[in-house]
Design a binder for this molecule. Structure first.
Ligand code: SF4
Length: 161
């Protein structure tokens, strides 16, 4: 049975930077949970960051450039958390490889998990349309299909068993 890597905050776990969760209330998600398909991870905690933690944004919203050491992940006070974000992305990739996971359901707009857009690094609530989080970028680079919580139907179609 195909398994799905999932952001822990979408399962209602209070792991976000502000100590809150972002429970995704969905019959599809409940079914996948009952089928024991879900493998949870919070890349930022896996990378060693605490909870709660300061909000962070990826420079220019480009997590793919962070992987190429051409961008950083910064907190608003300038603290550089790039290495923790990269470590968290690698932990997520290792989970996928351990469980032979090819599909991921990751929280939208997160500097780690966002896969379709990301904040631009200026802490001014501006999204970059083709932005991507660090973890989502690393998983995509390794051929894993990444969906967010607005794409559950597409994820359901991608499940082949
Ligand atoms: Fe949720 Fe991902 Fe942020 Fe962790 S890093 S709180 S799993 S969006």
């Amino acid at each position: 049975m195909q398994q799905i890597l999932i952001s822990r905050c979408l399962l209602g776990e209070p792991v976000r930077f502000d100590g809150q969760a972002k429970l995704l209330d969905s019959p599809l998600l409940m079914r996948w949970q009952a089928e024991q398909r879900l493998v949870p991870i919070c890349p930022e905690l896996a990378g060693g960051l605490p909870c709660p933690r300061p909000a962070a944004e990826v420079e220019q919203g480009r997590g793919d450039r962070v992987l190429e050491q051409q961008g950083r992940v910064l907190c608003q006070d300038g603290a550089d958390v790039t290495q923790a974000f990269i470590a968290g992305a690698q932990a997520a990739l290792e989970q996928c490889q351990r469980h032979q996971i090819q599909l991921a359901l990751l929280k939208a707009r997160s500097p780690s998990c966002g896969s379709r857009s990301s904040y631009d690094g200026t802490f001014s609530n501006q999204l970059v349309d083709d932005g991507i989080g660090v973890t989502a970028a690393l998983l995509r680079r390794h051929g894993i299909k990444v969906f967010d919580e607005t794409e559950l139907e597409q994820l359901a179609l991608a499940l082949s068993d």
